[in-house]
Design a binder for this molecule. Structure first.
Ligand code: PMV
Length: 323
């Protein structure tokens, strides 16, 4: 095989953000907005990248120089993922990579980790490395840590395994939650959040007030366990109510913003069982769960509060080879 196309879904954090960076569990779902990556083996020892979505065109480098010199932001995750695999398996051939995304990187659906998963899966297929899901996880997670310095890896796991996952830091536990559906309402705040900045803010708060932040993390953990049980028996009322508790704890960590909170109240006022921010906070998206007959009103509540409703399917298939 000298050519392959793979695709990886985006993700939304349901419960447990921030605490999951420090050894606690979270729940994440894969969403049906996917990143696609085509990889083709070349005769020359070059790496060529076309990633129009992130303004990288005809980016060319020698395979032996991967990771060296200036790497444009839009090429970072592809290049470092390649470097890690090439080094580990001592590969020599060149590669042309083309990427395209069904969603904007500004939503916080995890485009960087999804692209990293695509690279590892594509190389495993092209060079017959026979990597299983956990090996793909370990390789892609290493790349994310090489670039970001910190992160739990929940987004990498969602991209690989798909569905809904109960996940513990660094992939210590990756447990698929078998559920029928999760009708999630998603609102985009219009504010781009920087995950690493938010993680650093929470870390600084934890150094100053360890006794408070530790309590918050422990309470988040308990909520995650309860939310997992509720999800498994399709008890969306409790699932929503637990979301409200989680939002309160995220407010205490200081990661919500007025715009997100307004959208969350907009959703609750229209009859949502619950609503919370999703991800690092500081912007990106909020999520809500509502009874079927209130979904349209809840969407309007979010729009009225200045948010943009994004239609997504949750619980979708993980990374796959495209025909
Ligand atoms: O900003 P997002 O959607 O990538 O979510 C970050 C979630 C954190 O728990 C803050 C970080 C992590 O890696 O788990």
């Amino acid at each position: 095989m000298n050519k392959v196309t793979v695709s990886t879904p985006g993700k939304l954090m349901l419960f447990g953000e921030h605490a999951v960076v420090y050894g606690h569990p979270c729940i994440v779902t894969a969403v049906d907005q996917r990143i696609r990556l085509a990889a083709e083996v070349l005769d020359s020892p070059d790496f060529i990248l076309e990633a129009g979505d992130v303004e990288v065109t005809n980016y060319t480098k020698q395979i032996s120089e991967l990771g060296q010199g200036d790497v444009p932001k839009g090429a970072q995750f592809v290049e470092i993922a390649l470097k890690n695999i090439y080094e580990k398996f001592d590969l020599g051939e060149g590669l042309r990579i083309t990427t395209a995304s069904e969603f904007s990187s500004k939503f916080g659906f995890g485009s960087s980790s999804a692209i990293t998963v695509c690279v590892v899966k594509a190389l495993s297929e092209l060079f017959d490395l026979k990597l299983d899901n956990k090996e793909i996880f370990d390789s892609a997670y290493k790349t994310v840590l090489d670039i970001q310095g910190k992160g739990s890896g929940f987004d990498v796991a969602a991209g690989i395994y798909g569905g809904c996952l109960y996940f513990v830091t660094g992939g210590k536990v990756i447990e698929p939650l078998i559920i029928k559906e999760l009708p999630l309402i998603v609102g985009y705040s219009g504010v781009k959040a920087d995950t690493v900045t938010l993680m650093n803010q929470v870390k600084a708060k934890a150094s100053k007030y360890p006794e408070f932040i530790d309590v918050l993390y422990t309470e988040v953990s308990k909520l995650v366990e309860k939310a997992k049980s509720a999800l498994l028996v399709n008890d969306l009322i409790s699932f929503g109510e637990l979301m409200n508790f989680n939002q309160g704890l995220l407010e205490s960590m200081g990661v919500s913003i007025a715009k997100l909170s307004a959208m969350i109240y907009g959703a609750r006022d229209e009859g949502a069982y619950g609503a919370k921010l999703s991800g690092a906070g500081g912007g990106d998206c909020m999520i809500a769960i509502a009874p079927k007959d209130k979904i349209a009103a809840v969407q309007q509540g979010i729009t009225r509060s200045g948010g943009q409703v994004i239609e997504v399917q949750t619980n979708v298939e993980g990374v796959r080879i495209e025909k």
